[in-house]
Write a protein that binds this ligand. Structure first.
Ligand SMILES: [Zn+2]
Length: 137
């Protein structure tokens, strides 16, 4: 089977992808530009999985603020804060392990996600936190 040399689109490590010679990918150069190494693929899959959970908590928070009042709203917000605290710690742990950096987490991460004016920016916030960890010395 033929191999195609590629550079991981995330970490820029060199790799080789194998493909069936009776079924070569169309437009090899485009395929090559989309490839990534296994550790980056695993990391991205895990990051997306956690990210979608965070998005759902932020959506639930928006619904609680829209449809609940008084004590119900306060309790639901508190419960979501607890869930966001736990899952953002998971996210920070994942980033630290992947980038081999110290874990970077503080309350501000949760406050940021709970800010009503930023409810549509969850992925952007996760991306900013990610690049802070990636660039950490
Ligand atoms: Zn990689």
């Amino acid at each position: 089977m033929p191999f195609l040399a590629y550079t991981c689109k995330f970490c820029e490590s060199k790799g080789q992808a194998e493909y069936a010679d009776d079924c070569p990918p169309l437009r090899l150069e485009i395929w090559r530009s989309m490839l990534c190494c296994n550790p980056c693929a695993d990391f991205e899959a895990q990051r997306r999985k956690i990210g979608y959970k965070i998005v759902r908590f932020v959506e639930a928070l928006g619904n609680a603020r829209r449809y609940l009042v008084g004590q119900d709203r306060k309790q639901t917000e508190g419960a979501i804060r607890g869930r966001l605290t736990a899952i953002t710690r998971d996210y920070s742990r994942l980033l630290a392990a992947h980038y081999r950096k110290p874990e970077l987490w503080d309350d501000q991460f949760v406050e940021w996600l709970m800010d009503p004016s930023k409810s549509a920016e969850t992925w952007k916030i996760l991306g900013i936190v990610r690049s802070q960890v990636a660039r950490m010395l």
